[in-house]
Design a protein around this ligand. Structure first.
Ligand SMILES: N[C@@H](CCC(=O)N[C@@H](CS)C(=O)NCC(=O)O)C(=O)O
Length: 212
């Protein structure tokens, strides 16, 4: 087995790092975690930039292969540890896989005003008071809900089975849930189904230990 090491944020609140952690855990791969302290700007240290030239987390190191960008990492994991020897992260069928990639690309780069108004730490410790949102954030919320309604299938997954794109979408939707935005039952159930997975719960438990 290769030597796998995942660099993540010390606070364990990054959706990008969490996505790769979930992917590795779903695959059943053994890996070592290394924490980077973003508050201390450790991501810009010479030592870390030698490992990951973008100065961001996550970064995956498999033996001597270094890879940044969460979407590229989950695709690499799928290709290197393929189904059926390992559980699938993406559907095999071309259109279904393209749909998953499209959703991942969208939620990882778009909806900036949602990310600003509802930061990722709110997933782990929900705010006590409901927030007041800007017109831009309100528009993004409506757009996110409309996209979700269109892409979610009857199985309550994006495609026939769970994929890592489901987790990425559910994480973005969970920002709304944590901020007490009213959500259709279908979307609430979708978030719950994703967050009940043991791979997701495993990260949440590690995050909770930090606050304990
Ligand atoms: N597109 C990147 C985004 C990674 C990213 O933005 N990571 C943030 C943490 S959530 C980071 O490392 N921030 C530190 C910085 O920008 O200095 C990916 O998908 O991996």
């Amino acid at each position: 087995m290769p030597n796998i090491c995942l660099y993540i944020d010390k606070k364990r609140i990054s959706p990008y790092a969490m996505s790769v952690y979930v992917a590795l855990t779903e695959k059943g791969l053994h890996f070592q975690e290394k924490m980077i302290d973003l508050d201390q700007q450790e991501q810009h240290s010479l030592a870390y930039c030698r490992i990951c030239p973008t100065g961001k987390i996550p970064c995956l190191v498999v033996n001597d292969f270094h890879l940044f960008e969460s979407l590229a990492i989950t695709e690499y994991l799928e290709n290197t540890f393929p189904f059926p020897e390992y559980p699938a992260l993406y559907p095999d069928e071309t259109k279904a896989r393209a749909k998953c990639r499209a959703v991942q690309a969208l939620v990882k780069t778009d909806f900036i005003s949602i990310r600003q108004a509802m930061p990722s730490d709110s997933i782990f410790v929900p705010p006590q008071v409901p927030a007041i949102f800007s017109a831009e954030a309100m528009q993004d919320i409506q757009r996110l809900l409309a996209v979700t309604d269109t892409v979610l299938g009857e199985e309550l997954w994006l495609t026939e089975h769970w994929s890592i794109a489901d987790f990425d979408l559910a994480f973005m939707l969970h920002r709304l849930l944590s901020h007490q935005v009213e959500l259709p039952e279908k979307i609430q159930a979708y978030i719950q189904r994703n967050f009940q997975r043991s791979s997701v719960q495993s990260w949440i438990q590690e995050n909770a230990k930090l606050g304990a």
